[in-house]
Design a protein around this ligand. Structure first.
Ligand SMILES: *[C@@H]1O[C@H](CO)[C@@H](O)[C@H](O)[C@H]1NC(C)=O
Ligand SMILES: *[C@@H]1O[C@H](CO)[C@@H](O)[C@H](O)[C@H]1NC(C)=O
Ligand SMILES: *[C@@H]1O[C@H](CO)[C@@H](O)[C@H](O)[C@H]1NC(C)=O
Length: 228
């Protein structure tokens, strides 16, 4: 039932490339409705991230009980490294493994962000390449390549046709898919008017022109707060 509904979407050319030149991606209407997941975090207890002061939940409740949790290699843990990057969920089995985010508002605009840092979590020193989907729509080919502490952040702005959305990792034969973090933020309907139920936007890049702080704000953690 759900699959066929998502299937109907596949034919629509809803992904439009976007080259963003904005320091602030978006402004959420509400502070509620945030979903912040630390993929690979064991247990059932959430924590509050020091930098963003947002609460991050473990991911077990959002997966089909697939995959395994790993810590990244200690060699790649620095004091500044955000907690979501310190552990990952890795999907050795199955060609396609999905996270399901529920209780969304049908027809509302959302920002989705998926974060990846390999950090040699499997000790193989072989960063994988795999595909990331929103439902049945290809979102991004994740290529973490070198160095092992490189971070890849995928973002998309979509209008959800259902009260849930699935984010899926697809094994394309170039290593085991893994994920560090997954976030969803509701957006005001009036921003990004290009985005509707048949067409979404995928982030190509984000630049902060004229930051007031001398420190670079291009780190993924700094960006994590921009929609709030
Ligand atoms: C992962 O790291 C956490 C925090 O340092 C530690 O408590 C936990 O035992 C580690 N897990 C594994 C499987 O090494
Ligand atoms: C991944 O990125 C590396 C480095 O940029 C590149 O050499 C390699 O061809 C890429 N792999 C795929 C499958 O795109
Ligand atoms: C979404 O926007 C595109 C481009 O503006 C337009 O062609 C399409 O008809 C719109 N879809 C809906 C359902 O409004």
């Amino acid at each position: 039932m759900r699959q066929s509904k998502l299937g109907a979407l596949a034919a629509r050319p809803w992904l439009l490339l976007l080259c963003l030149a904005l320091s602030r991606a978006a402004t959420a209407t509400e502070t509620g409705g945030f979903i912040s997941i630390d993929c690979g975090l064991p247990g059932t207890t959430s924590y509050v991230d020091d930098t963003t002061t947002l609460s991050y939940a473990p991911d077990a409740a959002f997966t089909d009980d697939a995959g395994e949790n790993y810590n990244i290699s200690a060699a790649h843990v620095t004091p500044e490294l955000a907690r979501i990057y310190r552990d990952v969920r890795s999907f050795v089995d199955g060609a396609r493994n999905c996270y399901t985010l529920r209780s969304l508002a049908v027809g509302l605009k959302y920002l989705l962000r998926a974060s990846f840092m390999y950090g040699n979590y499997d000790g193989l020193n072989r960063p994988p390449v795999f595909d990331l989907y929103i439902g049945v729509n290809l979102w991004k080919t994740v290529n973490v390549s070198d160095p092992p502490d490189a971070r890849v952040v995928a973002e998309a702005i979509v209008v959800v046709p259902d009260d849930f959305v699935q984010v899926c990792l697809v094994n394309t034969g170039s290593g085991t898919p893994f994920i560090s973090g997954l976030e969803l933020r509701p957006l005001k309907s009036s921003i990004y008017p290009q985005v509707n139920v048949t067409q979404g936007l995928v982030l190509l890049g984000r630049r902060n022109f004229g930051p007031t702080a001398s420190k670079s704000t291009s780190q993924p953690r700094a960006r994590a707060q921009s929609p709030s």
